[in-house]
Design a protein around this ligand. Structure first.
Ligand SMILES: *Cc1c(COP(=O)(O)O)cnc(C)c1O
Length: 499
């Protein structure tokens, strides 16, 4: 299988090359040039397999240039027992009519681990396969969860360095602590004065800065990305849609070939796009429901076809969804328009220059065949956490609560009774302040962050994840911060051969 750019560059690459490169030379994203198709027999064949085995079956369809032992090695390492707190890796939990796909049993307690445990393995295998001698420098812009998950995945991986930029005031306490205490000889963590979009735009500009890239090349360094613009971030996420479906068959919630819906708390559109790939491959998904917070640029787009980022940016209790530019939408538009790269390029240029673009009616209709969208404000989100807790004695994080709320709006508005899977993207411990507030605790009265975790442990009967409990004694190792304009300078400094 070959990969090409969404913006029309005719150069194609193997998956290993696309994963090393990250973003296409014309600024587009890599997409597979055809989608593998599966049938009911394939899906039934997944039912009795482990998560790792399911992953191998699906990934080998996309990463055709990796050998079987290579893939198996990468997958075994990424989803091994030392990494994931639940042997099922991505279990589906059933609570009444609600089915919750828990994607947060990895080392950093957010769904980003699903991809970021595997990506470093795929990348270092790719370096060996292609004989690439350069050192890879991974640049990450994070709204909180990606940064830590990427640091954890890439720390001390040979031939790779990683630099993470996070918005100084845009992440939760726990998220910040997780990042600034990161160990590893090849890591750098920097706070940017601005919001997530500032950090993300800054990183994109660095990728497109020819002079800077040339300079780094001279010192034997090549930039790459661990954000969900990297194909190696997206492809591992396709697996859990299949895995959840197989589990629903196994637990007799559905029969083989029954349609299901997934509701996905969405920011950069990477998670839900993986669901779209699964559907295009033949997984019986009827609807993908895109759940947003008050930064509801996607809700508007999916309802009207007009993408307009010129709006106020709000900080919410769901920081991983505080995003106004959802990069992976570009991939959806590519597939929906049957690869009309001229159109994609035009829209992306308009977004860049004017802050908006509008797709035509045909494109919108095609999108709406699969996607539905809604949003929830902070008040509704916290209410939902409390309601779910009272009903099921089950604690969800804020992002999952947004999805829960939107899934119910969808069912109410459409009357659709199809089995729905709520995609749960973070452990409630990661957002303990908001979660405790929702459950009625006056958090200012709780001594510190770790007392809060203990309190949540008592309320939820779920053990504090090891990675979070250990933060209490961890040393702060990273103190740097910078203005958005100084980000290239930071990269230049880390790109020195002496480091
Ligand atoms: C990253 C993240 C999201 C958004 O996922 P996208 O793939 O960017 O749409 C939602 N919830 C949590 C907890 C996240 O970390």
């Amino acid at each position: 299988m070959k990969y090409r750019s969404t913006r029309g560059s005719t150069r194609t690459m193997s998956s290993a090359e696309a994963i090393i490169t990250g973003i296409a030379e014309d600024g587009g994203l890599f997409v597979p040039d055809n989608l593998p198709k599966i049938d009911g027999v394939f899906i039934e064949g997944l039912v009795d397999l482990t998560y790792q085995e399911r992953a191998e079956k699906i990934l080998q369809k996309f990463l055709t240039d990796y050998t079987e032992p290579e893939l198996r090695g990468c997958i075994g390492y990424a989803y091994g027992e030392e990494k994931f707190g639940d042997a099922a890796v991505a279990p589906v939990v059933h609570l009444g009519n609600a089915h919750v796909l828990e994607l947060w049993h990895g080392p950093t307690s957010a769904f980003k681990d699903m991809a970021l445990q595997l990506l470093p393995q795929l990348m270092s295998t790719a370096l060996a396969k292609t004989g690439e001698q350069k050192e890879i420098m991974i640049l990450v812009a994070t709204s909180g969860d990606t940064g830590k998950a990427a640091l954890e995945g890439f720390k001390d991986v040979d031939q790779i360095r990683i630099m993470v930029f996070y918005p100084e005031a845009g992440v939760s306490n726990i998220q910040r602590l997780q990042m600034v205490t990161q160990r590893g000889g090849n890591v750098e963590v920097i706070a940017v004065k601005g919001n997530f979009d500032d950090a993300q735009t800054g990183v994109k500009q660095i990728f497109n800065d020819e002079a800077l890239n040339a300079l780094l090349n001279e010192s034997g360094v090549q930039l790459s990305s661990a954000n969900s613009i990297n194909w190696g971030r997206l492809v591992p996420q396709i697996v859990y849609y299949f895995s959840a479906y197989a589990d629903l068959i196994k637990e007799k919630v559905i029969k083989s070939k029954d349609l299901v819906n997934f509701t996905v708390p969405t920011g950069n559109f990477g998670n839900i796009l993986a669901g779209y790939y699964a559907k295009q491959m033949g997984l019986p998904i009827q609807r993908l429901i895109c759940a947003s917070n008050v930064n509801n640029v996607l809700t508007d787009f999916l309802k009207t076809g007009r993408y307009d980022r010129k709006r106020a940016f709000y900080k919410t209790c769901t920081p991983s969804m505080d995003i106004l530019i959802s990069s992976n939408l570009e991939r959806l538009l590519y597939h929906i328009t049957d690869g009309n790269t001229a159109k994609i390029k035009g829209w992306m240029n308009e977004l860049n220059a004017l802050g908006e673009y509008e797709v035509g009616e045909d494109t919108l209709n095609k999108i709406q065949e699969t996607f539905w969208s809604g949003w929830a404000n902070d008040e509704k989100t916290l209410e939902k956490i409390r309601e779910v807790y009272e009903k099921y004695h089950y604690v969800v994080d804020t992002h999952t609560a947004v999805a829960w709320q939107v899934a119910e709006s969808y069912q109410k508005e459409t009357g659709d009774q199809t089995v729905n899977v709520i995609v749960s993207t973070a452990s409630p411990y990661k957002f303990s302040d908001s979660v405790l507030t929702a459950l009625g605790t006056e958090i200012s009265s709780v001594a510190d962050q770790f007392a809060k975790l203990s309190l949540l442990e008592q309320l939820s009967d779920v053990k504090i994840p090891g990675g979070l409990a250990s933060l209490e004694d961890a040393l702060v190792l990273h103190h740097k911060n910078c203005e958005k304009a100084d980000m290239p300078e930071m990269v230049k400094m880390m790109g020195q051969p002496s480091l």
